[in-house]
Design a protein. Structure first.
Length: 237
């Protein structure tokens, strides 16, 4: 739509009730709450993207965490995955501070826009295919609106598949067949963003050191370097 804006998209995301199972779950979590957050009022709604509208890097996660973004209302905020990711973003020069605790905590992103493939917290972190499809137009529109993007970073295998689908459709090119692996890079054609992959910054990956802070910081710095010569950076993978 010609008159679309990120603000308009944000309002539509926050008001979405397309998926009955996800609506019921996100609201139940917000009502029951976790003991340590019992005194807090949970967001309990879909979580919109957040960051620099002129960003050259668009990072895509899976979905809000039950007691992270579903509580705080900001993507990758208030849980251990967020703490790890934002520390790496800060070390790589994309974040104004190394912590992401709550909305209004002073965090801002420079040259980065952070979003997710699914906007509501799913039970067991497993959205159903029809729920992923229902959310897909939001990611499609974000890619259309973030016209300065030079790279997309998928955080985890689920986000990798969703980002490849959305990017290929947006640029009307064949979907890349590149396999998911940390540091993998898929090309969409000359002059178009490169799609990069990282292991998800979940405790399951960081506690086992499948993903370490230096690994993610190094990848973020390589992505930034790729803007000088995207084609040669992609060939290195």
């Amino acid at each position: 739509m010609a008159d679309d804006t990120l603000q308009r998209l944000r309002e539509e995301v926050v008001g979405c009730r397309r998926c009955p199972r996800l609506v019921a779950y996100r609201e139940r979590v917000a009502k029951e709450r976790k003991r340590e957050f019992r005194a807090e009022e949970y967001w309990g709604r879909p979580v919109p993207g957040f960051g620099d509208p002129s960003a050259r890097l668009v990072a895509v996660g899976l979905a809000p965490a039950a007691h992270g973004s579903n509580r705080t209302g900001r993507v990758f905020t208030g849980d251990r995955s967020a703490a790890f990711l934002v520390r790496a973003l800060y070390d790589a020069g994309f974040a104004s501070q190394p912590t992401s605790v709550r909305r209004g905590d002073g965090l801002s992103y420079r040259d980065l826009y952070l979003t997710a493939a699914v906007r509501c917290v799913p039970p067991d972190n497993r959205p159903r295919p029809e729920e992923t499809s229902a959310c897909r137009p939001f990611l499609d529109r974000e890619l259309s609106l973030l016209t300065n993007a030079r790279a997309y970073l998928a955080l985890g295998g689920f986000a990798w598949e969703a980002t490849l689908d959305a990017a290929a459709a947006h640029f009307q090119v064949p979907r890349p067949t590149t396999a998911f692996a940390h540091g993998a890079a898929a090309t969409l054609g000359p002059g178009r963003p490169i799609v990069w992959a990282s292991f998800h910054p979940s405790p399951q990956n960081t506690n086992t050191r499948k993903l370490t802070l230096p690994m993610l910081v190094d990848l973020l710095r390589r992505i930034r370097a790729s803007w000088d010569d995207g084609r040669s950076a992609a060939r290195q993978r």
